[in-house]
Design a protein around this ligand. Structure first.
Ligand code: NAD
Length: 289
């Protein structure tokens, strides 16, 4: 079997197109602020790509660069200014935060209706009641890609690898939200004793561990639907030259021969995640208008 690709591009484009229309229908353009207290080049690159994605749909973007040795109080004071500023409709706390600062504490200072990443406890809590209107972007991307691909989840053996607060755990909760149509969900993590035992049973497999090649082809069940969330930079040698490649957590070349559907990396979950961020930004602006 060679799997059908679940491409992120068309799904992301449909969401983005709706966002464009929604932005045009608002009285004023939403404004998103990224707060960055780091000199990390990856974080700066991420902020620039957010700015570009926002510009394409008519959302204003501003990066507030704080000192890399800012304290939690400095960050919370910046968040308080943003919370009080009616011209700013959404905020993202960019990672990494300075050493010694607990990102959760700063995220909890964000007004829930400006929380475009869906990381405030109030928004996370609403997931339990099936309210996905300000859901964390990546888990929302995962469940949307499954739904848009016509995957029937009812009763399916579904394994989520990874139990982080931002990806794995909310994905599990979101998968369980339908009263009658939910899959049977197992969550694997770093302490799981026999990962392959679980993944080989999975009719639907979601992998979000951040480890290139963690799931090899022989760990994928024949006919499974595989959603690879991982983003890993690996060095490869091409024609004697060392190059950096982005790969997922699943060994794609082997898994594509066993799965019935699979997401590529890059070009899969990441694109839909960005589109979800734009949709959340519009939702925040709406709540404040
Ligand atoms: P994290 O480091 O916070 O969590 C990793 C999780 O994987 C943990 O729950 C850990 O228990 C589990 N894990 C690690 N090693 C394991 C192993 N050997 N066996 C089983 N479980 C194991 O990472 P995260 O923030 O949840 O992100 C996970 C991956 O997803 C990363 O590669 C990240 O870059 C990627 N990511 C992608 C997107 C996207 O838009 N595609 C968004 C967010 C994160």
């Amino acid at each position: 079997m060679t799997a059908e690709l679940i491409e992120g591009g068309p799904i992301a484009e449909a969401i983005t197109e709706q966002v464009r229309k929604d932005v045009a229908s608002l009285a004023s353009a939403p404004k998103l602020v990224g707060v960055l207290a780091s000199d990390n080049p990856g974080a700066k690159y991420y902020a620039r790509s957010q700015e570009k994605a926002c510009a394409e749909v008519g959302i204003e973007y501003e990066l507030r660069q704080l000192d890399a040795d800012s304290s939690a109080d400095d960050l919370e004071a910046e968040i308080a200014r943003i919370n009080a500023d009616s011209a700013v409709t959404g905020v993202i706390l960019l990672m990494p935060v300075p050493d010694g600062v607990n990102p959760r504490r700063v995220q909890q200072a964000i007004r829930p209706d400006k929380d475009v990443e869906g990381v405030h406890p109030a928004n996370i809590g609403r997931l339990f009641y099936g309210d996905f209107s300000l859901a964390p972007c990546t888990p929302h991307a995962v469940v949307t890609m499954l739904r848009q691909s016509g995957v029937d989840l009812k009763g399916k053996e579904t394994v989520v690898v990874g139990h982080s607060e931002i990806v794995g755990k909310p994905t599990v909760v979101m998968l369980l939200q339908s009263l009658m149509e939910s899959p049977t969900v197992t969550c694997c993590h770093i302490a799981t004793r026999d990962l392959a035992f679980h993944t080989r049973r999975a009719e639907v497999l979601v992998v979000a561990a951040g480890k290139a090649g963690l799931v090899s082809g022989d760990m994928v069940r024949e006919g499974a639907v595989v959603i690879d969330v991982g983003i890993n930079r690996v060095k490869v040698e091409v024609d004697g030259e060392k190059k950096t490649r982005i790969v997922g957590d699943v060994e794609f070349e082997a898994a594509v021969e066993k799965a019935s559907m699979i997401t590529p990396v890059p070009g899969g979950v990441g694109l839909v995640t960005t589109a979800m961020l734009l949709a959340n930004t519009v939702e925040c602006a709406r709540r404040q208008s």
